[in-house]
Design a protein around this ligand. Structure first.
Ligand code: BES
Ligand code: MN
Ligand code: ZN
Length: 486
């Protein structure tokens, strides 16, 4: 989708040519500076009871006298915050997205300033609304034809709004790519396909990419990652993408994504119900590819490396068994008490691998635990880090992106459950605090790193009627990366 800003006084908006005008009204009163034809139409709608000036309410008006755009959608926002404007934007866009609207103009009325965050929020809302999964569904409806969004702004807001739109546009592309990759079924989105898609993205953006195959992964000594992969007929892939926006010597930021393209649980087989959703278990990897795409479009002056460990977790005669002991790339041994706790087994080797980059900071992103779903629900991703400054940066990035996370504790006491009689550690603790023990497991591989872990088990996709990938946390990660420019 194309995003533009256009400088225009609210009193001139009726003359604008677009297929539809979305009027976001901030607050519970009609703004005084609104164009008379629009103001009259809104007042009429309120009078008729078609529109209530309360947050979340909308109205659809056609052929408003004196307004050039043939369709007007009105949506009420609680306040002028980016979050409220986005919520109203979502509601308003929903009214017009399935119509023949190619060009949507958006006016936010009732606030003196429209900043970058609001512009960004509207851009991501529009892109989110028009994405439709079609790849394996020939009967899917035609996707919305909405292709252009023009944000009407006052002169003083134009620069900030344009920057916000550009940020939103890049994030939207990253989110869309992440959603598409994660939505593809496991028999399509194999580790091989994930690597091919990462390569396509990297080539298009001029990024360097390396894809390691099983032999090369063996040569690196990733015994823990390979142990998970060994039960599947699909070969594993280890993907490394490089964005270079600063001098070679500048310490990079590193993102590490969990890329389990299907998680059956392995020999510790999962129950059947809902198991299809374990195709989304590469959501962390998808968010890394999406963030690399977004960042390479925004070109910040820093270096960023995206790493993905990708394989399937399957039961077979060759599969890893409960009680098996594996040797990680770090040399530490792991007793695998549950083959379904596989994410940490692939991430630990990826975390050891990235030591070689001497990173400024490392963030891993993983659909790691059902316990995190229970703890936080789908509102916040789980954030775990021993580093207060890094945690604060990620919390702030989440707020700025409207893609939030919540910090969880990492006291040493939580590590105790990982003791094993037969290896340096076990791969699971007890059920209590399961998201935290998973993080404590990873922490054992990060002594040389400034590191944080995001558990996106509840936020990477939705279940139920709206089943599908969300593209989270591409927004959070992109904001975090952008904020690290010195
Ligand atoms: N991919 C799952 C985590 C998951 C479960 C994400 C449900 C979203 C919804 C992960 O590999 C897993 O199976 N974790 C186990 C760990 C347990 C065996 C310690 C879990 O959470 O049940
Ligand atoms: Mn699992
Ligand atoms: Zn998993």
């Amino acid at each position: 989708m194309d995003f533009h800003t256009q400088v225009m006084a609210p009193g001139a908006t009726a003359k604008l040519s677009a297929d539809a005008l979305l009027l976001v009204l901030v607050g519970d009163k009609l703004p005084a500076d609104l164009d008379a034809p629009l103001a009259n139409a809104v007042a009429e709608a309120v009078k008729l009871g078609d529109l209530v000036l309360k947050p979340g309410k909308t109205a659809y008006l056609r052929q408003v006298p004196g307004v050039k755009a043939p369709r007007v959608a009105v949506a009420v926002a609680k306040d002028a915050s980016a979050r409220a404007v986005k919520a109203a934007g979502n509601a308003g866009i929903a009214l017009v997205k399935s119509l023949g609207v190619k060009h949507l103009a958006v006016l936010v009325a009732g606030t003196d300033t429209l900043g970058g965050p609001q512009a960004e929020a509207l851009a991501t809302a529009a892109a989110d609304a028009v994405y439709l999964y079609r790849t394996t569904k020939p009967s899917a409806a035609e996707p919305p034809v909405l292709a252009k969004l023009t944000l009407l702004v006052a002169k003083g807001d134009a620069a900030a709004a344009a920057a916000g739109l550009a940020r939103g546009a890049a994030i939207a592309e990253g989110v869309t790519l992440a959603r598409e990759l994660a939505n593809r079924p496991g028999n399509h989105c194999t580790p091989t396909l994930l690597a091919a898609e990462a390569r396509t993205m990297a080539k298009a953006q001029g990024l360097k990419i390396e894809v390691l195959d099983k032999k090369q992964i063996e040569a690196l000594g990733m015994g823990s990652f390979l142990a998970v992969a060994q039960g599947s007929d699909e070969p594993p892939r280890f993907i490394v993408m490089h964005y270079q926006g600063a001098a070679k010597g500048v310490a990079p930021l590193v993102l590490v994504g969990k890329g389990i393209t299907f998680d059956s649980g392995g020999i510790s087989l999962k129950p059947g119900e809902g198991m299809d959703e374990m195709k989304f278990d590469m959501g962390g990897a998808a968010s890394v590819v999406g963030t690399m795409l977004a960042v390479s479009q925004l070109k910040p002056k820093l270096n960023l490396i995206g790493v993905i460990a990708a394989c399937e977790n399957m039961p077979s005669g060759r599969a890893l068994k409960p009680g098996d002991v594996v040797t990680s790339m770090s040399g530490q041994t792991i007793e695998v008490l549950n083959t379904d706790a596989e994410g940490r087994l692939i991430l630990c080797d990826a975390l050891t691998y990235v030591e070689r980059f001497k990173p400024a900071a490392v963030v891993d992103i993983a659909t790691l635990t059902g316990a995190c779903v229970v703890a936080l629900g789908a509102v916040h991703s789980g954030l775990f880090s021993p580093d207060d400054a890094l945690a604060a940066d990620l919390l702030a990035a989440g707020q700025a992106a409207l893609d939030t996370c919540w910090r969880m504790p990492m006291d040493d006491e939580y590590d105790e459950g990982l003791k094993s009689n037969f290896a340096d550690m076990a791969n699971i603790g007890g059920r209590p605090g399961g998201a935290i023990t998973a993080a404590m497991f990873l922490k054992r591989f990060t002594a040389k790193l400034r590191w944080a872990h995001l558990d996106i088990a509840a936020t990477a996709w939705k279940s139920g009627a709206a089943k599908g990938a969300t593209g989270r946390p591409v927004g959070l990660l992109t904001h975090w990366v952008l904020a690290q420019v010195k």
